[in-house]
Design a protein around this ligand. Structure first.
Ligand code: C5P
Length: 228
């Protein structure tokens, strides 16, 4: 009897705000039929709930908030409000917030054989054994332009200068914090998206993923890459 081994392939995608990691991770997930998780949205959800709880944020409350998370609840435009965005990087410094979300992420990853997770500490803390680690970077000017476009599509009124300032502040907080700072894992592949068009980025990522899968499993038929 021929035994077909279940394929397992896990990708981490880290990087600063608006560096392109979310777009890239979604592209990979679609192309390779992988499950996708944005860890940033989990921090945003905790921030939104903190605001709704009169800015109360303690361990007991956060555990309750994290228990209540469903994928449906994460599909909420309010999670991208500037106030929520700002608070998300403040509460992300709290060890009890990170620990509660770490369990959520680990659980999600454990249940998926093919998965791509994006964030700030995925390759370093959440999935240190990821098969492929990506680290995204982009110039601040380009990042601000991209974010401004997103804000406009959400009907949020904000200037390019304000967007740039907010990005710089958040990146500074994320790279400078004591626990789980934003840092490139030693074995991560650096992807600079500053001058890449969407098509160019897609081609680059597909190549990277294909080569990495080939390294682990040899040549595979596409149909085998669909197990979850
Ligand atoms: O990626 P996104 O901008 O949605 O993340 C919102 C905030 O959540 C980040 O600025 C960061 O402070 C925090 N975050 C984190 N670790 C992650 C993902 C996000 O600290 N893995």
């Amino acid at each position: 009897m021929k035994i077909i081994k279940k394929i397992k392939f896990k990708i981490s995608a880290d990087g600063s705000s608006a560096s392109g990691k979310t777009t890239a991770s979604k592209l990979i997930a679609k192309k390779f039929k992988m499950r996708f998780l944005s860890s940033g949205i989990l921090y945003r959800f905790c921030a939104l709930k903190t605001i709704e709880n009169n800015n109360k944020c303690n361990e007991k409350l956060v555990k309750k908030i994290v228990k209540s998370i469903t994928l449906k609840k994460l599909d909420n435009k309010k999670l991208y409000n500037p106030e929520v965005t700002r608070l998300s990087s403040i509460i992300a410094k709290k060890p009890f917030v990170r620990n509660a979300l770490k369990s959520f992420q680990k659980n999600f990853i454990k249940k998926s054989s093919l998965v791509v997770v994006e964030g700030r500490d995925i390759g370093t803390k959440i999935m240190p054994n990821a098969d492929l680690k990506l680290f995204f970077t982009c110039s601040t000017k380009e990042k601000a332009k991209r974010r401004l476009k997103e804000f406009k599509s959400l009907d949020q009124k904000i200037s390019l200068n304000q967007v740039e300032k907010a990005l710089i502040l958040r990146d500074k907080e994320d790279t400078g914090r004591k626990i789980s700072p934003l840092i490139k894992a030693k074995n991560a592949v650096l992807v600079d998206t500053t001058k890449l068009s969407l098509k160019q980025m897609e081609a680059k990522l597909i190549n990277l993923v294909k080569n990495s899968i080939k390294k682990k499993y040899g040549n595979l038929q596409r149909s085998k890459l669909t197990s979850h």
